[in-house]
Design a protein around this ligand. Sequence first.
Ligand SMILES: [Zn+2]
Length: 270
Amino acid sequence: MKAALGGWVDMHLHLTDPAFQGEEAAVLARAWAAGVQWVVTSGTDLESSQRAVALARRFPGRVWATVGFHPHEAGQWTEASEAALEGLAGDPHVVAIGEIGLDFHYTFAPRDVQEAVFRRQLRLARRLSLPVVIHSREATAETLAVLREEMPVEGVLHCFTGDPELAQGGLELGLFLSVGGMLTFKKMEALREAVATLPRDRICLETDAPYLAPVPYRGKRNEPAWVVESGKALADLWGVDPDEAAAVTAANARRLFPRVAEWERSREGT
Ligand SMILES: [Zn+2]
């Protein structure tokens, strides 16, 4: 059977979040029914990374995993963490290191610890030739400075909220930007204006489920099926059909995650 290439991609969510416990298959079934082709579930520490890989094995070709320590969890990093992540990343269902980065809004871990753990994981990704999924909140200048020093790194700045400095710096570094439910929020006009100016071949879609549900589900537990709402908002912004927005953003996600594209090519003609 030839691999079907149509449909939406949710390139970032947290299926291992306790909010989905025991409901993963049902949540995914609703996503496939809504026209989602595949999703990428991201680890935030070692345990959730292990569970992300297990989920990806359970739903091959439809669920992919990233492994990494979120800046909130940077304080848990130990000398053994890098080897553990490297071991997990050897699994072919792992498509990136993430989510990693800097969060100076909450600063659950001290800034210097966040930065050190971010750098270690960027170097790991480079060594393994894997892209990275980056979280940057209230840390634009610091995130860009670290990325410039740790080049070359391929990846995506997830949950883009419209910061023009982050967009410009990220694009200069060759990164993708991903947008989600906030694109549908009435108050986020500045985000829509910023996204409208970005090159279309650099934009991906995500839900960040269970967080940040789009309109008309705002405030509910988000789920991957609802990536379609953000996708329609993007299509409106671009003045194209939803199908075209799905095709463009899915193609971008395939360039961002080469392991997915390789797997699909390996299935063609089988
Ligand atoms: Zn996330």
